[in-house]
Ligand binder design. Structure first.
Ligand SMILES: Nc1ncnc2c1ncn2[C@@H]1O[C@H](COP(=O)(O)OP(=O)(O)OP(=O)(O)O)[C@@H](O)[C@H]1O
Ligand SMILES: [Mg+2]
Length: 281
């Protein structure tokens, strides 16, 4: 669905993206993970034809994205922060304006609000919406023309857990219906939960990619185990060297209350690869 070849972009002498390459097959959710300033929004703008790259080529659904015009652009849905609403218009009025511009039947407005759980908010002004509701309205707008592919730039940034879950459910439902999703996030739990594949972006370069499970297995070199002992102490062991013998000794003495493997998370993998955290504390 998306083919990205050797895409580079600089702003003056600052190279923001450096030879980015990847493919996204149909029907999967791909997450682009990286800390603030990594180049996520810049890449999503290039993938959607909102910004031209300096080098390289992007094809979305086998078409050069820089050559898409008018109705062709309707083939995908975009959710970005900067796509503001008319604050004094209601939810339903905002979607009606959008439907008009994009030639979507007005009858879709009610369905779209219902799809994101905003059916009761159709008469509320955009300016009076909570953050979570605003995110849902942005998503409704991105989805209302039933695109085959959706691009979401940090769809849950700054949302409470309940609103975040609501957005996740909508995204997963679209995936079930066959939609391809490309999203950016710096929330590794979100990526691990939602994405079939993740790409870790650091200073404009993809430093690692794969399914979250694959990556966690690949970087599980120490094979750590966490145990809590009958004397109340919690300890971490590696399954090698001296630790291995100590662990076997505790097991033989029957001192272990609980035992869990400690795989790395996407956050610790990112830290190992770049020395940086994905998320600020
Ligand atoms: N129009 C622009 N002009 C100059 N520099 C820009 C422009 N757009 C982005 N940048 C710079 O490019 C870098 C990457 O920005 P980008 O917005 O793509 O990062 P991001 O990964 O989306 O970060 P965040 O997580 O904070 O949204 C930053 O250093 C930013 O200042
Ligand atoms: Mg961004």
């Amino acid at each position: 669905m998306i083919s990205c070849r050797n895409v580079s972009k600089s702003f003056r002498d600052h190279k923001v993206l450096n030879k980015i390459n990847f493919d996204v097959p149909e029907g999967v959710i791909v997450g682009l993970l990286g800390p603030s300033g990594a180049g996520k929004t810049t890449l999503i703008k290039i993938l959607t034809g909102q910004l031209l790259s300096d080098e390289g080529k992007v094809e979305v659904m086998d078409r050069d994205v820089t050559k898409l015009k008018g109705a062709d652009k309707n083939r995908f849905g975009i959710m970005m922060d900067q796509f503001g609403f008319y604050e004094r218009f209601t939810c339903s009025e905002n979607l009606k304006v959008f439907a008009d511009i994009y030639g979507i039947p007005q009858s879709k407005v009610t369905d779209s609000l219902k799809d994101v759980g905003l059916e009761g908010a159709s008469k509320i002004k955009a300016s009076d919406l909570s953050k979570g509701m605003k995110a849902r309205l942005l998503l409704a707008r991105a989805l209302m023309h039933s695109p085959k592919i959706i691009f979401l730039d940090e769809p849950t940034s700054g949302l409470d857990p309940k609103s975040m879950r609501a957005i996740h459910e909508i995204i997963l439902k679209r995936k079930k219906e066959g939609c391809t999703v490309f999203l950016t996030t710096h929330n590794m739990d979100e990526a691990a939960m939602l994405c079939d594949n993740v790409m870790l972006l650091n200073e404009g370069t993809i430093v690692e990619n794969g399914s979250p499970e694959e990556l966690c297995r690949k970087y599980n070199r120490d094979k750590k185990i966490k145990v809590s002992l009958s004397d109340g102490v919690t300890k971490e062991f590696k399954q090698m060297g001296q630790d291995k013998h100590e662990l076997a000794d505790l097991i033989s003495k029957g001192m272990i209350e609980t035992i869990h493997s400690e795989e790395p998370t996407l956050e610790t993998i990112f830290l190992e690869l770049t020395g940086k955290k994905l998320q600020e504390d």
